[in-house]
Design a protein. Sequence first.
Length: 148
Amino acid sequence: MAHSIVVSGLIAKYSELSSALKQHQDVMRQMSADLDHIAVTIKLFDPDLDLRTIKITNHRIANGWFEHGEVNRLLMDVLRTAGKPLSTRQIGEAMVVIKKVEVDGTEGWDSFLKPILGAARRLEQKGTIKMVGRVDGSSRGAMIWELA
């Protein structure tokens, strides 16, 4: 029986996701087995250690635009140099010039600005910078930042 273009596309996507899910499940099973082997080995050396006390380390996915810690430094440098409040986008545009990179399209800008916005929010929580408004005055406009 012939399928419509929509159904054919959905079948192909279903097949693709099912395959990816199976691969990830295989990786998770292997990791679980590896953890079990490591736990047994730890118990050989320290039978009294409660494995639940071992802190889980967060695995950070590296951002392709910035080195570790670079966003905070550049953000602060840009705000100091500007001497006036800047929007997240203006900060990003200044960083593009400093880093000598090209950012194309909406997706490119979204991925470039995401770590900048995250850093700005963390610096705001620390009291280093503050949000002083929004570009268009609405609740959904771009944030404007300045040194605290």
